[in-house]
Write a protein that binds this ligand. Structure first.
Ligand code: PEP
Ligand code: MN
Length: 379
């Protein structure tokens, strides 16, 4: 059960003390308080843990300071979309809004290689009105002899170039808690010219200690990739680990599943789960068409498979696209064969926009159809 408090009520309000005294008398119930600190106000939610079945929802709603009570299912307590749950989705980070009704494209390098390529990428993004990118500094690689990413050494110049070209959010994978400290230090030393979204890759979806660490900090939002060989439920629980530690600014990323059934794609594209994740949880949903498809193959219509699967996801309401580009893919140190070219960026963005408009038309048609149905039922 979640008790949502009125916007003016905080932990120090008398109404809060009264609620705590009321809950204290209930056997077997413990509470966890979550405060969402916004620019204008702090929203306080009280999570009740234990057997809440004997509690009277209506009675609690009569207590002073209580806005609403939401009965929650056992699963995804914080991130889940519960019965009668009108709480908003999403968050704002460094001036960019992420929610279940927005769309952000993160085009960029799979792996940071050199300042020239990073700057060419960022210049192209700025020229196309983009303020988000992806830049891998810590690369988890199958082969121990493959390039592992430049790590902390590249952070100062990557952040500086991002600031120079107006990039506000960089999605960057971390594989160890020390990487979080390195990112924080590099941002501080460079005067925070940009923001970072911490990416937890598919190989670490169930690295619970890492999830808890990114969950305990509130500075950076987290993009959690779905585990490539586990169920959707298991991956959603991994996201809940982050939120249960206190950080609810979590985006869920679909990136394909490992099975030969998806051949010739690198992974079996799982973007049919975009609306499923949006129904089960309040997380914005990201898709990664590059690591799903893994090649520049194109259909007989001339459109790349990467673009086709992107459009399929966007037309179904995806909220974020994480996609590999490179100024010179043949020179890329990681995943060159799946990278799109900088000359393709405006066209890629146009294609995404076409799919987004189709999605918005579909939502409008669904609303119209529901309204007509209600009018018919009433007549
Ligand atoms: C990546 O986005 O660079 C990456 C390695 O993705 P994944 O964890 O989905 O394989
Ligand atoms: Mn990659």
């Amino acid at each position: 059960m979640i008790i949502v408090l009125k916007s003016h009520v905080t932990k120090s309000s008398p109404a809060f003390q009264e609620l705590m005294a009321f809950l204290d008398q209930k056997p077997g119930i413990s509470v966890r308080v979550h405060e969402e600190v916004g620019a204008l106000m702090t929203l306080t939610e009280v999570y009740l843990i234990g057997d809440t079945s004997a509690l009277d929802k209506a009675e609690i709603e009569t207590l002073p300071g209580v806005e609403r009570v939401v009965r929650i299912e056992e699963e995804y307590r914080v991130l889940g979309r519960h019965h009668d749950d009108q709480r908003p989705t999403g968050f704002e980070y460094n001036g960019v809004r992420f929610a279940q009704d927005t769309l952000n494209v993160f085009a960029g390098l799979c792996a940071v290689d050199n300042p020239k390529h990073v700057e060419e990428m960022m210049k192209a993004l700025a020229a196309n009105g983009q303020v988000c990118t992806r830049m891998g500094a810590y690369k988890p690689r199958t082969n121990p002899y493959s390039f592992q990413g430049h790590g902390a050494s590249c952070l100062p110049w990557v952040f500086e170039l991002a600031g120079k070209h107006g990039i506000r959010v960089i999605a960057m994978e971390i594989t160890h808690d020390s990487h979080l400290d390195e990112i924080r230090d590099a941002l501080r030393i460079s005067g925070s010219p940009t923001g970072v979204m911490l990416q937890i890759g598919t190989r670490n979806t169930q690295n619970f200690e890492l999830l808890k660490i990114v969950g305990r900090q509130h500075e950076f939002p987290v993009l959690l990739k779905r585990g490539f060989g586990i169920t959707l439920e298991e991956s959603l629980n991994a996201a809940e680990y982050i939120a249960s530690e206190g950080n609810r600014n979590v985006i869920f990323g679909l990136r394909g599943m490992k099975t030969n059934m998806g051949d010739p794609h690198r992974n079996f594209v799982d973007f049919a789960h975009v609306p499923v994740v949006k129904r089960l949880t309040r997380m914005p949903v990201c898709i990664d068409p590059s690591h799903s498809v893994g090649s520049r193959d194109r259909g007989p219509d001339g459109i790349l498979d990467i673009q086709h699967v992107t459009a399929q996801a966007v037309v179904a309401g995806a909220n974020m696209v994480l996609v590999d580009f490179h100024p010179a893919p043949q020179k890329a140190l990681v995943d060159g064969p799946q990278a799109l070219l900088l000359s393709e960026l405006p066209y890629f963005l146009e294609d995404v926009q076409i799919a987004r408009e189709a999605y918005l038309q579909r939502v409008a048609a669904a609303a119209r159809f529901a309204l007509e149905g209600r009018a018919k039922a009433a007549s």
